[in-house]
Ligand binder design. Structure first.
Ligand SMILES: *[C@@H]1O[C@H](CO)[C@@H](O)[C@H](O)[C@H]1NC(C)=O
Ligand SMILES: *[C@@H]1O[C@H](CO)[C@@H](O)[C@H](O)[C@H]1NC(C)=O
Ligand SMILES: *[C@@H]1O[C@H](CO)[C@@H](O)[C@H](O)[C@H]1NC(C)=O
Ligand SMILES: *[C@@H]1O[C@H](CO)[C@@H](O)[C@H](O)[C@H]1NC(C)=O
Ligand SMILES: *[C@@H]1O[C@H](CO)[C@@H](O)[C@H](O)[C@H]1NC(C)=O
Ligand SMILES: *[C@@H]1O[C@H](CO)[C@@H](O)[C@H](O)[C@H]1NC(C)=O
Ligand SMILES: *[C@@H]1O[C@H](CO)[C@@H](O)[C@H](O)[C@H]1NC(C)=O
Ligand SMILES: *[C@@H]1O[C@H](CO)[C@@H](O)[C@H](O)[C@H]1NC(C)=O
Ligand SMILES: *[C@@H]1O[C@H](CO)[C@@H](O)[C@H](O)[C@H]1NC(C)=O
Ligand SMILES: *[C@@H]1O[C@H](CO)[C@@H](O)[C@H](O)[C@H]1NC(C)=O
Ligand SMILES: *[C@@H]1O[C@H](CO)[C@@H](O)[C@H](O)[C@H]1NC(C)=O
Ligand SMILES: *[C@@H]1O[C@H](CO)[C@@H](O)[C@H](O)[C@H]1NC(C)=O
Length: 470
């Protein structure tokens, strides 16, 4: 394999390819130790334990705003579908000669060309750089929680020593994910930063983790099939499947049903960056900047709270906009579900909990308040929230496969408040589409988009939030 030595992911694969079976020379045995089976561990990216946490309090940044170059148009015009997909007769027959036995014609990257594990366009670079920011924060966030909260605090939520080892393991997995991405980005890959977490106890931390891993996961699903570099997509796919498992584990540790949804949504990169940036405090000098937009925060005033027995019976129980992560402050003990005596109402850490009172439901009024644009957010407060949409008229619900719009009611553009009503929509067979840890945006038009082109709605987005439906 003649891959460039600068891209360690290719080197890693070359190493794996050199593993050979060891010949049996004596009594049959299943354990071998020899020079041919002892392979060195590949070099992992340089990383350290972040020691500083909290909001940014350094000097104003000298460079602000997203990275940009010549912008050709305010939005991308819709175009007809690609003819080769429309014209392919999906009839189960073979329509081309086979390149080799047992192999159909077609596919991308299947003609024998050597895979190069690197980004191949600005789109690839910016997308993987965004994903790397997520791997870095998770590496710190999971370690930070373990170091910050006591064993007793974890035990009180049913998260025992073995569960804590799982969290430690999940933190360490991020070293591998960060290494893979940084190798494919090259020397200017974004570095580790310092962070600011909106949590003050184990329950809040677990909820922030399950929300952050969801938008990190959904953020990758949104761009993965659009990458120019198939080899880069392959490597990222094999990391993001682990991220998906982490998301599920944190839901389980919070006593939530592990995966209520039938499909995981994908979101645009600017949504993932909008949700992440407020929790990044400062990044090193010369940090590579990102092209993505930061939208204003949407505050869900009655965001469902999974720490409660009746999670929909809430007012202002988040620790802020964007993540809209749960707060346990001021919840009386007998309203917390963790130790509820009725088994249909409790929510200790578990493989699954039936929540007999739904967190959210069709017909629920959801009360909203959104921020004005022009706020400084993100690393060194060096990004600025922007929107083209001064007067939103719809709530966009993005969960599972489809986008659904509901009208905003009782809108006050002065106060930036409104409410909307949760729609009654399903994916298949009455499976509620609005479910799980999902997303809500406010928009000025109900633009028709489907999972592969959700980002076309960005020029119409006024504000953005995580919504906790189920
Ligand atoms: C970070 O801290 C953990 C203990 O919490 C330790 O095991 C690990 O080696 C440290 N990592 C680095 C890079 O210093
Ligand atoms: C294989 O496909 C790639 C990308 O489409 C192309 O650049 C390359 O020239 C092709 N190689 C061969 C041997 O046809
Ligand atoms: C739940 O009950 C256990 C056992 O009584 C107790 O140790 C723990 O502190 C309780 N957890 C909370 C969050 O109150
Ligand atoms: C979410 O899905 C689960 C599992 O199918 C279901 O029990 C629950 O009622 C759904 N939640 C909502 C809010 O529809
Ligand atoms: C961000 O702030 C830190 C701390 O003040 C500083 O060391 C660093 O150089 C700044 N980063 C950038 C990209 O300006
Ligand atoms: C800053 O980054 C640029 C490339 O983005 C590089 O050319 C330059 O050498 C870097 N400066 C320092 C001081 O690291
Ligand atoms: C849960 O709270 C909602 C909203 O306040 C309320 O409509 C519903 O009746 C409550 N459910 C139960 C079982 O108490
Ligand atoms: C919730 O917060 C909003 C916005 O800060 C405020 O207007 C409202 O009065 C609060 N509601 C309650 C019940 O505290
Ligand atoms: C769990 O919830 C499902 C769906 O509502 C219900 O059919 C089942 O009986 C419940 N099981 C238990 C043990 O509560
Ligand atoms: C909507 O606005 C009207 C008039 O201001 C008010 O009477 C009503 O209570 C509001 N509805 C809600 C759900 O806030
Ligand atoms: C949602 O729609 C389904 C199918 O139309 C209907 O059976 C169900 O009663 C509706 N649920 C609510 C809460 O309106
Ligand atoms: C998603 O929405 C499109 C357009 O309304 C519709 O054709 C499709 O059936 C929907 N898919 C699902 C799984 O609900």
């Amino acid at each position: 394999m003649a891959a460039s030595a600068a891209f360690g992911a290719a080197a890693l694969l070359a190493l794996v390819a050199n593993v050979r079976a060891v010949p049996v020379v004596s009594e049959p045995t299943t354990t071998f130790t020899s020079e041919t089976t002892n392979l060195p561990s590949p070099y992992a990216i340089e990383h350290y334990n972040v020691t500083s946490h909290g909001p940014y309090d350094g000097p104003p940044a000298t460079t602000t705003g997203a990275l940009s170059t010549k912008v050709l148009a305010p939005s991308i015009a819709p175009a007809p579908p690609p003819p080769q997909i429309v014209e392919y007769p999906a009839d189960g027959e073979l329509h081309g000669d086979q390149p080799m036995p047992f192999t159909p014609s077609g596919g991308i990257g299947t003609n024998g060309s050597e895979p190069i594990y690197k980004v191949a366009s600005d789109f690839d670079y910016q997308s993987l750089a965004l994903a790397l920011y997520h791997e870095w924060i998770e590496l710190d966030l999971f370690h930070w929680g373990l170091a910050t909260f006591s064993e007793e605090e974890f035990d009180a939520y049913g998260i025992n020593a073995e569960d804590r080892f799982l969290i430690q393991h999940m933190a360490d997995q991020e070293i591998g994910h960060a290494s893979v991405l940084a190798n494919m980005l090259g020397p200017n890959a974004p570095k580790q930063c310092t962070y600011n977490y909106p949590v003050s106890n184990v329950r809040e931390w677990v909820d922030f983790n399950q929300k952050l891993t969801r938008w990190a996961e959904a953020g990758v699903y949104g761009f993965l099939p659009h990458l120019n570099s198939g080899p880069a997509a392959q490597m990222l796919l094999q990391s993001i499947t682990i991220e998906a498992r982490q998301q599920m584990s944190f839901r389980q540790m919070g006593g939530q049903f592990p995966m209520p949804e039938w499909h995981t949504p994908g979101i645009p990169q600017s949504w993932a960056w909008t949700l992440l940036a407020p929790y990044v405090s400062s990044c090193p000098y010369n940090q590579t900047r990102l092209v993505w937009q930061n939208f204003p925060a949407l505050h869900i005033l009655n965001q469902p709270n999974p720490a409660r027995i009746n999670g929909s019976n809430v007012w202002n129980e988040t620790t802020g906009g964007y993540a809209n992560t749960l707060s346990t402050k001021d919840i009386p003990e007998d309203e917390l579900c963790v130790n509820a005596t009725d088994k249909t109402l409790d929510c200790p850490a578990a493989i699954a909990n039936n929540k007999s009172i739904p967190l959210s439901y069709p017909g629920r009024q959801v009360f909203l308040k959104w921020d004005a644009p022009g706020q400084l957010v993100g690393p060194n407060n060096s990004y600025v929230t922007t929107t083209n949409c001064a007067e939103p008229k719809f709530a966009l619900w993005l969960s599972q496969l489809n986008v659904t719009y509901t009208p905003l009611l009782n809108i006050s553009y002065e106060e930036r408040t409104a409410y909307t009503i949760q729609p009654n929509v399903s994916t298949w067979k009455n499976d509620p589409a609005v479910n799980g840890t999902m997303f809500m945006a406010l928009t000025d038009v109900d633009l028709f988009v489907t999972p592969y082109n959700v980002s076309m709605v960005n020029p119409h987005v006024a504000a953005l939030a995580v919504y906790q439906a189920g």
